[in-house]
Ligand binder design. Structure first.
Ligand code: NAP
Ligand code: ZN
Length: 346
């Protein structure tokens, strides 16, 4: 089937209209009319080939909300009219050890990304949510409560789960001192979740002017990472750090913030980092780890938690035609805290 979309055609070209071919409805497919799509920094890295592996043309978008408009004969989880979500994953083998453990994102045979992956039915490249419709295998479609504003739910599908999963995996608990590094799409959700989990939350930012906002989001304290004295004063005090910095950077100043047995999880920079000082790791048995998005069951658990606790993303709604200006603003850190495209404007 032919579907209207917006795509990047080369690293230099703007994101612009393109009609794409999607597979026809398969027995296990859910056809979704897309209503909202969040704008993740990964969309920009991909559209501009900053990770060096983009296959053009590419339709970004992996924070998708929509309405089910058709289902294949074997679909059991969803029905026409349901409000649903799709995140960064649209397929995996569902039989390997990782999939068995609910870690479909780490599928041993390779999970299929919502965009830029290998389309499993018709071949070619998977194309994401900056489009009118998408077909997704039943198991990879998430249920979305109608209690929440759907535009504000869209960013939960990537920014939300990517912050949620490490907090859960490393058993962050009530009373822990948690630092969230970088107040962007991921970071603002990290703050909200850690606050909801009863942690003492410190927003660690390069932008002093974001301090008041961080407190509005629930952070108990704000630490400006360029202020050496302030960083020194909090040395050795954090149980957990969620590092969302999107580019290569020096981890050492942040490592110094960790308490004994503390862990810093990298979710932002998907590229080589500056060298770490081993001494900072071994004194106090500290860990640096990484985490990629989250599994399907875990994403559903996060969405259900958000519906129950009224947690959503802070969004700025844009029209599809304004996507390129929005990209420039994300790169400048000028968004509070996620752009979401109103897909009715495509
Ligand atoms: P974003 O909205 O641009 O937020 C990143 C924040 O990091 C900025 O707002 C800024 O916050 C801070 N920052 C930017 N440059 C910095 C620098 N040079 N040094 C220190 N801090 C800096 O991006 P996002 O959408 O949250 O995504 C963050 C990163 O995660 C991206 O690289 C994205 O590709 C990646 N990502 C990873 C996964 C995963 O599975 N692990 C999933 C989704 C996204 P302050 O102004 O507060 O300093
Ligand atoms: Zn993303």
């Amino acid at each position: 089937m032919q579907v209207a979309a917006y795509a990047a055609k080369s690293p230099e070209s703007p994101v612009e209209p393109l009609e794409i071919t999607r597979r026809d409805l398969q027995p296990n497919d859910v056809l979704i009319d897309i209503t909202w799509c969040g704008v993740c920094h990964s969309d920009i890295h991909t559209a501009r080939n900053e990770w060096g592996r983009t296959k053009y043309p590419i339709v970004p978008g992996h924070e998708i909300i929509g309405k089910v408009s058709a289902v294949g004969a074997d679909v059991t989880k969803h029905k026409v009219g349901d409000t649903v979500g799709v995140g960064c994953l649209v397929d995996a083998c569902l039989s390997c050890g990782a999939c068995h453990d609910g870690d479909e994102q780490y599928c041993e045979k390779g999970s299929v990304g919502t965009y830029g992956g290998t389309e499993p039915v018709i071949g070619g490249v998977t194309q994401g949510g900056y489009s009118k419709q998408i077909l997704v295998r039943d198991e990879f479609v998430l249920k979305v409560s109608d209690k929440l504003n759907p535009a504000e739910v869209a960013p939960l599908l990537c920014a939300g789960i990517t912050s949620w999963s490490p907090l859960k995996h490393w058993n962050v608990k009530k009373g822990d001192k948690v630092g969230v590094i970088g107040l962007g799409g991921l970071g603002h959700m990290g703050v909200k979740f850690a606050v909801a989990m009863g942690c003492e939350v410190v927003m660690i930012t390069t932008s002093e002017e974001k301090g008041a906002d961080a407190k509005r989001l629930g952070a108990h304290d704000v630490l400006v990472s360029t202020d050496r004295e302030a960083m020194k004063a909090q040395r050795g005090s954090f149980d957990f750090l969620l590092n969302t910095v999107p580019v290569k950077h020096d981890l050492n100043p942040y490592l110094m913030l960790l308490a004994r047995n503390g862990t810093m999880v990298i979710v932002g920079a998907i590229e080589p980092l500056e060298p770490m000082h081993g001494g900072l790791l071994l004194s106090g048995r500290k860990r640096v780890a990484g985490s990629g998005i989250g599994g399907i069951a875990e994403t559903q658990e996060m969405l259900d938690f958000c519906a129950e606790h009224g947690v959503t993303s802070d969004v700025e709604v844009i029209a599809m035609k304004d996507i390129n200006a929005a990209y420039d603003r994300v790169v400048k850190g000028d968004v509070k805290y996620r752009f979401v495209i109103d897909m009715a404007t495509l």
